[in-house]
Design a binder for this molecule. Structure first.
Ligand SMILES: N[C@@H](CCC(=O)N[C@@H](CS)C(=O)NCC(=O)O)C(=O)O
Length: 333
């Protein structure tokens, strides 16, 4: 499962993601620069300057793709999509990307991009990565921050004037994203990668307590922060979309399926059926990515055929029926 990491710019397959009690530990990401709409940073939001490295399998990278699609920024920020199967050398890109034009190989590994940005880099080589073609460096590799920058700092360049971080909800959105992170977004990984019974049970219990809580909240409102789509919904969506096909079986998160929760299930269909979300969703690739990469927990690498999930079947969320507000509208309401 652990493919390797960089130590002082050199690739090694020796890596330990667990603490002595068998808990899986996510390490914080390390490139944390900011793009700004104006000249106040070294990275100004500009069309054609930035590039995203993603995997369609990865829920963190998926957040950034949804945001790019929602804002209508496909022509502004280019993308490279990795082979979904994480190999011995980490994420691999079948085509050399425009971002690094001097690559000698026809394939390119994400580790090369990290080393280009920091020749002494030590750490995990993760997607998503936001790359600056002009300065030839990584701006940021933390999905939550990349998503926010695409939403806020690229707003002037966006063709869809939708605001996913409206001023009156900002605190609530940040608190919600925080609240989702450990028990739900990372919770499925904490369960799936646990190497002790106690660590697994703790993660699964917390995960379902939190899903139960959101089920109740979503019985009263359309989205996580009220009746308006926000960044928090994107963070929830990428976990829920993978849940019944991957986390339920592969990661043993099997107290309930999302299908068993009437509100979460209808909420998931509601989001999925938006063309901007749907355009970024590829469940077959996701399943291949998880079941074929993580040999520690699925040694024969067989990808299950099911379950069959009717994401396109009608949902009941129009009963709340408030469309997302556009930029600047929040103050007027
Ligand atoms: N906190 C990071 C997590 C990113 C992450 O863990 N990505 C996984 C894929 S789902 C990855 O690239 N793993 C490769 C590795 O661990 O070597 C974020 O939100 O961007």
């Amino acid at each position: 499962m652990a493919p390797g990491m960089l130590v002082k710019g050199k690739w090694t397959t020796e890596r330990n993601d667990h603490d002595p009690t068998g808990k899986f530990n996510e390490k914080p990401t390390t490139f944390r620069d900011r793009i700004t709409a104006d000249e106040s940073s070294r990275f100004k939001a500009e069309a054609g300057r930035y590039h995203l490295y993603v995997s369609l399998a990865c829920p963190w990278a998926h957040r950034t793709l949804i945001m790019r699609e929602l804002k209508g920024l496909n022509h502004v920020i280019s993308v490279s999509i990795a082979d979904p199967i994480l190999g011995d050398k980490g994420w691999r890109f079948p085509e050399p990307s425009v971002a690094i034009s001097d690559s000698e190989n026809s394939t390119q590994y994400l580790q090369e991009i990290y080393v280009k940005a920091d020749p002494q880099f030590t750490g995990r080589v993760t997607v998503p990565v936001l790359w600056d073609k002009q300065k030839q460096t990584i701006v940021n590799n933390e999905s939550r921050e990349i998503m926010r920058m695409i939403d806020v700092e690229f707003a002037e360049l966006a063709t869809q004037k939708i605001d996913l971080y409206p001023r009156d909800l900002q605190q609530q959105i940040d608190e919600t994203i925080d609240a989702l992170y450990l028990p739900i977004n990372a919770g499925v990984y904490r369960a799936g990668f646990a190497t002790s019974q106690a660590a697994y049970e703790e993660a699964v219990t917390e995960l379902f307590e939190n899903l139960d809580r959101w089920e109740t909240i979503l019985s009263q409102q359309r989205y996580l922060c009220g009746n308006q789509l926000t960044e928090a919904d994107i963070c929830m969506f990428t976990t829920l979309y993978r849940f019944d096909s991957v986390y339920y079986s592969h990661f043993k998160c099997n107290l309930r399926q999302i299908l068993d929760y009437p509100n979460l299930w209808n909420y998931l269909k509601d989001l999925y059926q938006r063309p901007d979300f749907k355009a970024t969703c590829d469940l077959d690739t996701i399943k291949r990515g998880y079941y074929r990469s993580m040999v520690d927990i699925n040694p024969n690498r067989i990808v299950p055929k099911g379950p069959i999930i009717a994401f396109d079947e009608p949902h009941d969320r129009d009963r709340y029926s408030v469309a997302p507000r556009s930029v600047g509208q929040s103050e007027l309401d």
